[in-house]
Design a protein around this ligand. Structure first.
Ligand code: ADP
Ligand code: MG
Length: 252
């Protein structure tokens, strides 16, 4: 059986004047149905580039992406939107600036017109429903991120690509979103690639973890194994610094 989503030997270089950044270098991964793949790694390790490349928002130098075994390399975000939804770190720019929120969310449902469900989701992410009649420019970054989460859940997309999706949320809303993710996962209805710097959250939600550093995958395995018995020093340091961070937060 083919994997639900697969990336094979992905390469991406950014060129800005004299500066060349190898953002992805021979990265391969897979995601099976009903599974959440966590991606961790320090800032600049290529996590967002990987998600954008999958969604068709940037052109890969080399490599291929497959959905149920079918190659969709080079598809536009509009085309990939038929089977995957991305929740961006920078959510404002992911909405059509001319459209009010409700329209954008409705559109992601591809023909489905369930206003009740939209209201339910908007309340779940902690927003007032009157914000649905606003355009992205009149919402804050955090509000847009919440709207993007509501849109992704409304879409019933086969695959969610989540880039630091809980970073702008308050603790209560974060707990609600995580609960929704866990419920969907329990029903086997959620397949997602989950990028986060929050190792505790990743350990709780993800079945497998991939660790990225400088555009490469340095370690990959099931969550417990990676957390309990990391193979490489980089992962050990990442876990250690996450632990220090959470101890610091508790003592603050
Ligand atoms: P992460 O999400 O893990 O923080 P990114 O994928 O955003 O990492 O970035 C990987 C590397 O590519 C970084 O060195 C970053 O500075 C660089 N980069 C990201 N986007 C661009 C861009 N549009 N143009 C040039 N360099 C970029
Ligand atoms: Mg990023």
């Amino acid at each position: 059986m083919a994997h639900l989503l697969e990336g094979k030997n992905l390469y991406k270089t950014y060129r800005e004047k004299a500066k060349v950044t190898q953002a992805l270098s021979d990265v391969s991964f897979y995601l099976d149905r009903g599974e959440i793949l966590g991606i961790v790694g320090e800032s600049g390790s290529g996590k967002s580039t990987l998600l954008k490349a999958i969604a068709g928002m940037l052109k890969l130098d080399q490599g291929s992406v497959l959905y149920n075994g079918k190659d969709f390399t080079g598809m536009t975000p509009r085309q990939t939107g038929a089977f995957l939804q991305m929740i961006f770190q920078d959510a404002n720019s992911s909405f059509d600036p001319r459209r009010v929120m409700k329209k954008s969310i409705m559109e992601s449902g591809r023909g489905k017109k369930d206003e009740g469900r939209i209201l339910e989701l908007v309340s779940l992410v902690g927003l007032e429903e009157d914000l649905l009649s606003r355009k992205p420019s009149s919402l804050s970054g955090g509000q847009c991120q919440r709207m993007a989460i509501a849109r992704a859940f409304y879409s019933d997309a086969d695959i969610l690509l989540c880039d630091e999706m809980t970073s702008a949320l308050d603790v209560t809303t974060q707990a609600q979103v995580v609960e929704l993710l866990q419920d969907l996962k329990k029903d086997g209805r959620l397949s997602a690639v989950f990028v986060s710097h929050d190792i505790a959250l990743v350990s709780m939600l993800c079945d497998r973890i991939m660790v990225m550093k400088d555009g490469t995958c340095v370690e990959e395995g099931d969550t417990l194994t990676v957390i309990k018995h990391p193979c490489v020093d980089y992962t050990k340091e990442l876990l250690e610094s996450a632990r220090r961070q959470s101890i610091q937060e508790i003592s603050e």
